[in-house]
Design a protein around this ligand. Structure first.
Ligand SMILES: Nc1nc2c(ncn2[C@@H]2O[C@H](COP(=O)(O)OP(=O)(O)OP(=O)(O)O)[C@@H](O)[C@H]2O)c(=O)[nH]1
Ligand SMILES: [Mg+2]
Length: 338
């Protein structure tokens, strides 16, 4: 896991969605042939069967971290089966092809809109397009009334599919918050990731991952995603498309700018947007955090702390409260981090 994420964080390009076209192999045709031997004028039928076409298989591989390669090479075809031959010779089966994708890749049939597979463990496979069966040789069609059948069947056709490959990041904790709340600053503070940080909304346009080092060499993966605003579930701002990256995190960290005029209202609206997108999202550990304590007047800070006893208070810039926050995450995720 650690290797996978390091690569992602360091890579300058992050590809999480590609469309490809795959074609399975066609089945080889059955053969029409008759035995020819010396002194046997009318040999029986000996046409062999066609070979099976190759499958297109997709397999999750923990050594991969991006779908980048598929962007450069979007077409894949498995080998066709060979036709059958005389003397009952079967045609060779076409070779399967195996496309390797990172663990956490979801495969969709673009035409039907169905999810074909959700490859969430190393080594899991799906046959995306099966090869065509081989045709039968005329040997199969011999009967008492027809000793010399001229019939054989054709191999079954190949299957061509347009697929979408979509990679969900596998993170333990997802940061959610309004733009400018300080999510990327927090990620940079607690991990080696260096996301772009700036004093304007929507600085983060693609998700960033970082590894947080905890006690006893334990680590957790934190995902920083673009800011969410009111109405995001109806497509406002950058919309909620990035939420799919935190669909599998064990915990969500709601980060709220302590300067917000109404911290409670910000929390409620973030919660609502997420619940509208997917009720399951808010059905997990939620850690509520107020950021930027360094620029909140001490008196106002005290009032906030009293008013929101279930929130943690931090400054991603000075590091205040960060140790406690990490300890809290370690406790909350103890089961998962074992
Ligand atoms: N004073 C102070 N400023 C902070 C703190 N955390 C973040 N900031 C500032 O707030 C601004 C926004 O920070 P970012 O980390 O880019 O915010 P973000 O939530 O990632 O924003 P988006 O990517 O746009 O969603 C930057 O100018 C940061 O320097 C903090 O604890 N204290
Ligand atoms: Mg950001």
């Amino acid at each position: 896991m650690a290797v996978l994420v390091c690569f992602l964080v360091k890579g300058d390009m992050f590809i999480d969605y590609v469309e490809i076209e795959v074609t399975s192999g066609r089945g080889g045709d059955g053969c029409v042939s008759f035995r020819r031997e010396k002194y046997v004028p009318k040999g029986g039928p000996d046409g062999g069967d066609g070979g099976r076409g190759g499958d297109v298989i997709i397999e999750a591989d923990e050594n991969l971290s991006t779908l980048l390669d598929y962007r450069y090479k979007p077409f894949y075809k498995a080998e066709d089966g060979q036709p059958g031959g005389g003397a009952l010779k079967s045609g060779h089966d076409g070779e399967n092809i195996i496309l390797r994708v990172p663990v956490g890749t979801i495969i969709k049939d673009l035409e039907k809109g169905d999810v074909i597979a959700d490859l969430d463990a190393h080594g899991t496979q799906v046959v995306a397009a099966s090869g065509g069966r081989g045709g039968k040789g005329n040997n199969h069609f011999k009967s008492s009334t027809n000793q010399a059948p001229r019939k054989a069947t054709l191999g079954r056709p190949s299957i061509r599919l347009k697929l979408a490959l979509e990679l969900k990041l596998l993170a333990d904790v997802g940061l959610v918050g309004y733009p400018n709340a300080g999510k990327s600053t927090l990620l940079a503070r607690v991990t080696a990731a260096r996301p772009k940080i700036a004093d304007y909304p929507f600085t983060t346009l693609i998700p960033n991952l970082g590894i947080v080092k905890l006690h006893d060499f334990k680590t957790l993966v934190m995902a920083d995603i673009p800011g969410i605003i009111d109405g995001a579930s109806e497509g406002k701002g950058l919309g909620l498309q990035f939420l799919r990256h935190i669909q599998r995190t064990a915990a969500l960290l709601f980060l709220i700018d302590g300067f917000a005029s109404d911290v409670g209202a910000v929390y409620d609206s973030l919660y609502r947007e997420l619940a509208e997108y997917d009720p399951d999202l808010v059905n997990r550990k939620i850690v509520k955090v107020i950021n930027k304590t360094d620029i909140i007047e001490p008196k106002k800070l005290k009032t906030l702390q009293k008013k929101y006893p279930d929130f943690m208070f931090i400054s991603a810039v000075t590091g205040e409260g960060i140790k406690e926050l990490l300890e809290r995450l370690e406790r909350d995720l103890a089961e998962r981090l074992k």
